[in-house]
Design a protein around this ligand. Structure first.
Ligand SMILES: [Zn+2]
Length: 224
């Protein structure tokens, strides 16, 4: 016998046609304000908030393994979850860390152990010897120093040349070729042995439009 579905509680409204549609995905839907649908909370009674009711992990037999993982690596549960997600998602890559000279700006970036670095001869790259490798934005995380960064732009203003206000070092920036990603200075990575090799490619930024048109892979480097 087919089990009857629990009837909606008193006052609950049936889902609208849009909510019921099999094609609609909750992730893709921008939450809209439901005007007049929610009853006002009773005086003196707090409305329960869903975000505060986060369920704990029910790991069963894996619980002990999880706890020793946290302990061994001195991680909080949140940090461990992020590390595991990153390791899964960025298979074959390693987490490099780096920053500016004074230490105000720190970041981590997931990239290969073998870096493909661009050496550009455009007006600004020459002046600051801006060698960089390009990664998608999702693989770069600024750990600290957002308030200690300042940004220089010129010409098309697409490239965002960020540098530390204190020591002046540009450890990363957003390149004009890949404004949706990050250009990271390999010489600003910590000397932790995460880099095994560096392959440097000269890029003719003096003739930027031509160089971009001819280059087969640079634009894709910020796409995950
Ligand atoms: Zn600095």
């Amino acid at each position: 016998m087919v089990k009857a579905r629990k009837a909606p509680g008193k006052g609950a409204k049936a889902p609208s046609a849009a909510e019921k549609s099999p094609g609609s995905k909750s992730l893709a839907v921008t939450p809209k304000k439901r005007r007049g649908r929610k009853p006002a909370p009773l005086p003196g009674k707090e409305e329960p908030r869903e975000s505060e009711e986060e369920p704990l992990l029910e790991l069963g037999a894996q619980r002990q393994r999880w706890l020793s993982f946290l302990k061994q690596r001195s991680l909080s549960a949140e940090e461990a979850a992020k590390l595991l997600l990153d390791s899964f998602e960025y298979k074959g890559l390693v987490k490099h860390t780096g920053g500016c000279h004074c230490g105000a700006v720190r970041f981590e970036v997931w990239a290969s152990t073998d870096l493909h670095v661009f050496d550009c001869n455009c007006s600004i790259c020459v002046k600051k010897q801006n060698r960089h490798f390009i990664v998608p934005a999702a693989r770069f995380k600024l750990l600290k120093g957002s308030d200690n960064l300042t940004t220089y732009t010129f010409n098309t203003h697409k490239a965002k040349h960020t540098f530390c206000k204190t020591c002046g070092v540009q450890s990363f920036y957003r390149p004009r070729s890949n404004p949706d990603g990050y250009g990271v200075a390999p010489h600003c990575l910590d000397d932790d042995g995460t880099v095994l090799s560096i392959n440097v490619e000269q890029i003719n930024g003096k003739e930027w439009e031509k160089a971009m048109k001819e280059h087969k892979t640079i634009r894709g480097m910020s796409k995950s």
